[in-house]
Write a protein that binds this ligand. Structure first.
Ligand code: SAM
Length: 256
């Protein structure tokens, strides 16, 4: 997977390129990252990439030419390095975008990558969006100062799903929202010490009975999701991912 990021702050991307699971996966060559600073495509000596908004109002707007040229440079570079990479979608980070989810991460992880455009200031000239952007993704209903943090979160979520990115012990299959968990929330986790300040680890986890442990985890996952994200229970039910035992347990939670 190759990620290109158009950003005024390329240094921000060292977090995913160098650290932790994504850093290790990068070293292993499971994914690659290239950053592109629109200032390098600016026309003037000051490397200007923003200007005042037409119609007035506060703040500045990112000009379209440096962004367009950055996208062209990336497509050219992808063409030279791997012809099959050329079709990578241009994704603008934006509060107006589709809310990013595990589904987006999983889709991204099965593709050859994407070109992320990180906005700054009041946003980018609408004409750039109209002619070049294939999709807009949002991290949530809040406003960040720039698209970098949103892109970093999305890249991290996708990279950890790449085959080989995680050690066997921390397999992503058992994570919240994954199909192996029927799209539900993960169950609680415990480690040593067995007893802390009068609070002990649930006895079932030390029973050595794998079937009982699996059932306990499933019920914890169902309870937690029922309490915090009932929409995910409804989705799992609609997708036929709940067993008769799951439904029986859920009925006890609802008191029916
Ligand atoms: N004026 C814009 C608005 O009210 O929607 C906010 C612009 S914001 C200060 C600057 C840039 O940060 C945006 O162009 C976008 O790239 C990024 N950004 C802000 N919030 C975001 C979010 N929730 N998800 C993804 N990107 C976001």
């Amino acid at each position: 997977m190759r990620i290109d990021a158009i950003t005024l702050f390329p240094e921000a991307f060292s977090v995913v390129r160098d650290a932790g699971i994504t850093g290790r996966a990068h070293k292993q060559g499971l994914w690659s990252l290239q950053t592109w600073n629109p200032r390098d495509q600016a026309q003037d000596i000051h490397r200007t990439v923003d200007d005042r908004p037409y119609g007035g109002g506060p703040g500045m707007v990112m000009m379209m030419e440096p962004l367009l040229k950055s996208v062209e440079a990336i497509k050219q570079d992808r063409l030279v390095s791997d012809a099959s990479d050329v079709q990578a979608p241009v994704i603008l980070l934006s509060p107006a975008g589709e809310k990013f989810s595990q589904h987006h991460a999983a889709t991204l992880a099965t593709t050859k990558g994407a070109i992320f455009v990180c906005g700054r200031y009041e946003g980018v000239d609408q004409r750039f969006i109209n002619r070049t952007v294939d999709a807009q993704w949002s991290l949530g209903d809040f406003v960040l100062s720039g698209g970098e943090i949103a892109a970093l979160a999305m890249i991290d979520a996708a990279v950890r799903l790449l085959p080989g990115a995680l050690n066997h012990g921390d397999s992503s299959a058992q994570d919240s929202f994954q199909d192996a968990l029927s799209g539900l929330l993960d169950s609680p986790h415990y480690t040593r010490p067995e007893l802390f300040d009068g609070e002990s680890v649930p006895a079932v986890l030390m029973s050595g009975n794998h079937a009982l442990i699996a059932r306990w985890r499933r019920e914890q996952s169902l309870s937690l999701t029922h309490a915090k994200r009932p929409d995910l229970i409804a989705q799992a039910r609609a997708r036929g991912l709940l067993s008769a035992a799951d439904e029986k347990f859920l009925a006890t939670l609802s008191g029916s």
